[in-house]
Design a protein around this ligand. Sequence first.
Ligand code: ARG
Length: 291
Amino acid sequence: MTMTEVFSPELRAEALVEALPYIKRFQGAVVVVKLGGSAMADPELAKTFAEDIVLLRSVGLKPVVVHGGGPQIGEHLRKLGKESRFQNGLRVTDEETLDVVRMILVGKVGRDIVGAINVHGAYAVGLSGEDGGMITAEPHDESLGLVGKIVSVQPGIVERLLAESMIPVISTIGSDSSGQAYNINADTVAGALAAALGAEKVIYLTDVPGLLLDVTDPSSLISKATLPQVEAMLFTSVIDSGMVPKLEACIAAIRGGTASAHMLDGAIPHVLLLELLTDAGIGTMITREQP
Ligand code: ARG
């Protein structure tokens, strides 16, 4: 059944009108959206994601896409007979692994996102963090090999694309002054890039509904929280450990000046529209103080 058959004209018009104040408020606003590799592995989700990004651009927002690619990297390493090893959630990266990470992120996952968006018009441009000196990195920790820690983010190349109404799609590889490339955690890059761009929002598409007080209970979703509240939650460790890196990236972005950080379930079709263009939203929204 289509929406036209299920919902009355009144309800459909209401949904569109509810979006109006947000469309007005977010004119020209930069919105950094981080998406994981799993969303791109599902063609139907990839399609609705691309529709949301293009719709947001069409009503005057400036979306920037930052992506990971964990599942795709793991799968390719497996094909090569190489075991994936993780330390505190970060992939131990030797030279050979770095080549695979770079090839899969820049050459496969990034391309798939650009392709899905450009079905709608010539909007998306794929970039590696190495391009235009965007992400400078240094080794994170000896034992992790070529995993990088961000030294600085130069958003100039991204700003130029946004000024041309393009949609930048960023693979999170960084480099140092000698040209050595590093594998960098995409959640961290999204937060740092949002801060560097002076973004209105940073949005994490995850595999959970948002910030949950009890991970096994979706009804324990926290719809809205302030920076001091989530900092207290981290401190008292009421948050599931799996959520901590994302929450820390949200906190970093807000401390860096981003107005709000959102954690959403990337498996919900059109989750971006449901969060940004409705009053109640659908995931967790974190702001500096009570709005
Ligand atoms: N659409 C509004 C915004 O993006 C409100 C979203 C509310 N979201 C929530 N999880 N409570 O600013």
